[in-house]
Design a protein around this ligand. Structure first.
Ligand code: AFP
Length: 316
């Protein structure tokens, strides 16, 4: 490699340059950059709000809620004046809110801080964002989503985005820039880790048979209780399966279709993976209301197909 900064920087691809090189439309580039940038401010909020840093007792439940709300407010503040977002739907709000004049190009869905109950244990948590060009309520993710991203607040702050042309990982460097760490993540056909939520005693027989099959094949259990790190691990390890299934006590599962499952399904399909509720692709399920939940199997195609076989057989 010859000398000179221009030669050096060609190997450090920052987020804006990557999206430009990938042909992402200008306004969508600006929006993804704006949303990803909130990661810096939300991360700072997590740091400052944790009482342990001041040598105090654990963060209390109401402070966890405050953290969820302040993360939500940071997102609204960042998006309100972009001239790009006409509506914002959040797991933290009862109803959608209008931003700007109402004629802007995009609609944003947000889980501002997923896994906030893990903050006091210093486990990794994340922000999940869906970017829609049409109204998501009453439609399917396949018809309305044009982008998705998550931000992971771990030892490093990383961000994975897709604008429909592959899924790509960036890391926030000391200068506060997102630099490309993994382009075009591709899940293998088959992985070696599994991550299953819900209590085993609450699983239906088909799901229990699926779990037993994975264990007999030697899959390694990886489950933290945080959706974003648990899925990020499968994506970066390029294979495996995550599930939060339908339970005897909760047939619709726990995870939110609009705020959690649709963006993750978009990102995993962008990486050559799959996401289903056991019967239908997540992106083909119509969103009837904000709080709608769905069972989920998401990861590499071999394990998702195996899950569908087991769940189809054992509904009991
Ligand atoms: P919180 O946001 O209440 O911490 O819940 C996190 C979550 O919605 C998702 O991130 C995890 O995958 C799932 O819950 C874990 O649920 P269990 O605690 O039942 O395993």
């Amino acid at each position: 490699m010859s000398g000179g900064i221009s030669d050096y920087t060609q190997y450090i691809v920052d987020l804006r340059r990557h999206m430009w090189l990938s042909g992402v439309p200008t306004e969508l580039r600006r929006l993804i950059w704006q949303v990803a940038t909130t990661g810096k401010y939300i991360s700072a909020k997590i740091q400052e709000s944790n009482r342990k840093l001041a040598g105090l007792q654990n963060i209390y439940h109401e402070e966890q809620l405050a953290l969820d709300r302040s993360s939500d407010e940071i997102l609204v503040a960042q998006l309100a004046n972009t001239g790009l977002v006409r509506e914002y739907l959040s797991e933290e709000r009862e109803a959608p809110i209008k931003l700007g004049t109402g004629t802007e190009k995009y609609i944003i869905t947000a889980d501002p801080l997923d896994g906030s109950s893990l903050v006091e244990t210093n486990l990794t948590i994340g922000t999940i964002i869906g970017i829609h060009k049409k109204e998501p309520l009453g439609s399917t993710g396949r018809k309305t989503l044009c982008g998705a991203l998550y931000i992971l607040y771990g030892p490093l702050i990383t961000m994975v985005y897709s604008a429909g042309k592959g899924s790509h990982e960036f890391v926030l460097n000391r200068e506060g820039e997102y630099v490309l760490s993994q382009a075009n993540i591709q899940l293998k056909e088959k992985g070696s880790i599994y991550s299953l939520g819900g209590l085993r005693k609450d699983w239906l027989s088909g799901h229990a048979a699926f779990a037993n099959s994975l264990e007999e094949q030697g899959y390694k259990l990886r489950y933290s209780g945080g959706l974003v790190p648990d899925l990020n691990q499968i994506l970066i390890k390029q294979g495996g399966i995550f599930s939060y299934p339908q339970l005897r006590s909760n047939p619709r599962g726990k995870l939110r279709l609009l705020f959690e499952l649709q963006p993750m399904a978009f990102l995993f399909e962008g990486a050559g993976g799959a996401a289903t509720n056991g019967e239908k692709d997540i992106l083909d399920i119509k969103v009837d209301h904000l709080d709608q939940c769905a069972p989920i199997y998401i990861g590499s195609k071999h394990e998702v197909a195996l899950a569908k076989q087991h769940t189809a057989r054992g509904k009991a």
